[in-house]
Design a protein around this ligand. Structure first.
Ligand code: PLP
Length: 397
């Protein structure tokens, strides 16, 4: 067999999100695009902010030699510089400099770079569940494994369970806030508690666990919800992110990592991450995109659209009898499945041409994820299907 056992297994378990996305393409070819309610993939449907098209037009006029050539593997100095300035504001840390920033191929690239930089074979990465399923593949890429840790009521982080899950092999705790798939945003107190937990572990055992904050949804929050910085809570921390969601640039593959300036040995970490970026085959993040996003650090798609979709669908679902935690951000809802078997319920939805991803795909059975990357008209026309699916599952409202 040409294909490795590991990849055969990976293809089999695959990403349920991607599988549903492919199923959506098949169903749309049969029933027409406007008749399939595709809540499967977190693929923003809003156009990037105006400044992006303007920047692209300007960039198209430039003809200097070397503009599209290779560059230092950590990224263009001017892009890292602008991002560092932006990050100083967000994290309230004047010590953040361009030398802590590495431009990456999306948040996925950043996560792989961080994991390659820190893990030894057999290491464990704690992740509060439910979690973005690709984490498991990324950890495996580098010989580590993900250890899912159940969350408390409302998908809040549970320090007791996190402490109980730590072993001598725990290398990192990977959190995602605002969270995919639940939309939960960790509060300042919760981040502080996580910091305290990791600090206690270090004091008691000498083990300095890395806190990785995956933050591609940082700007997609509702109302005055704040996303607290992890840098103040734990010195050994790193933020990974991208412009895939807040600028709707998922296909352009641009993101970055920023290590805390207080991380012990931060210089060595960034040096290793820069080499990891190259030898993982990314070499460097796309040059054109680095230039563009550096000028758009304060921009964002219109979050009110996602908020309104979220409110509209959640209220409708709750009105029918579904139970749905109220998200504080992102463009996801994570309702409880009316059937304990979430795969069976997602199949009931699929028959009504509603595509959702089973919670099992995020390490939490009994739920399903809806991604609100479809317009209000489609959401409105899908409501009848949700009501009938609930009825079919035996919950008559
Ligand atoms: C939580 C989370 N992390 C990372 C990624 C990967 O982001 P990117 O497409 O920027 O690589 C995604 C994409 O959906 C995500 O939801």
């Amino acid at each position: 067999m040409t294909v490795s056992e590991m990849m055969l297994e990976a293809v089999k378990s695959g990403s349920m999100v991607r599988k549903m996305f492919e199923e959506g393409r098949r169903l749309k070819a049969i029933h027409g695009i406007s008749n399939v309610f595709d809540y499967s993939l977190g693929n923003p449907d809003l156009s990037p902010p105006k400044g992006f098209a303007e920047g692209l037009r300007e960039a198209g006029q430039r003809t200097e030699r070397g503009l599209h050539g290779y560059m230092p593997n950590a990224g263009l100095p001017e892009a890292r510089d602008k991002l560092a300035g932006h990050l100083r504001g967000i994290h309230g840390l004047g010590e953040i400099g361009p030398e802590m920033v590495v431009m990456t191929v999306g948040a996925a690239g950043a996560l792989n770079v961080v994991l390659k930089t820190i893990v030894e074979k057999g290491d464990e990465i704690l992740v509060p569940a439910p979690y973005f399923m690709e984490y498991g593949f990324y950890a495996a890429n580098h010989g580590a494994k993900v250890v899912p840790v159940e969350t408390a009521e409302g998908f809040r982080p549970d320090p007791g369970r996190l402490a109980a899950a730590m072993t001598g092999r725990t290398k990192a705790l990977l959190i995602c806030s605002p969270n995919n798939p639940t939309g939960v945003v960790y509060s300042k107190d919760e981040i502080a508690e996580i910091g305290t937990l990791l600090g206690e572990r270090r004091r008691k055992t000498g083990q300095d666990i890395v806190l990785i904050a995956d933050e591609p949804y940082r700007k997609i929050v509702f109302g005055d919800v704040e996303v607290p910085s992890v840098f103040g809570a734990h010195d050994n921390s790193v933020v990974v992110t991208s412009f895939s969601k807040d600028l709707s640039l998922g296909g352009e593959r641009i993101g970055y990592l920023c290590a805390s300036p207080r991380m012990p040995g931060v210089g060595k970490f960034v040096e290793a991450a820069t080499l990891a970026n190259r030898i993982l085959g990314y070499v460097n993040a796309p040059a054109l995109m680095q230039r563009l996003v550096a000028g758009l650090t304060e921009d964002c798609v219109d979050v009110r659209v996602y908020r309104e979709r979220s409110r509209m669908l959640r209220e409708a679902l709750v009105g029918m009898g579904y139970r749905v935690v109220e998200p504080e951000g992102t463009f996801y809802l994570f309702p409880e499945s009316p059937l304990a078997d979430d795969l069976a319920f997602v199949e009931i939805l699929r028959k009504r041409l509603i595509l959702a991803v089973p919670g099992t795909g995020f390490g939490t059975k009994g739920f399903f994820r809806l991604s609100l990357c479809l317009d209000e008209d489609m959401i409105g026309r899908s409501l009848g299907g949700f009501a009938k699916a609930l009825e079919e599952s035996g919950h008559i409202g």
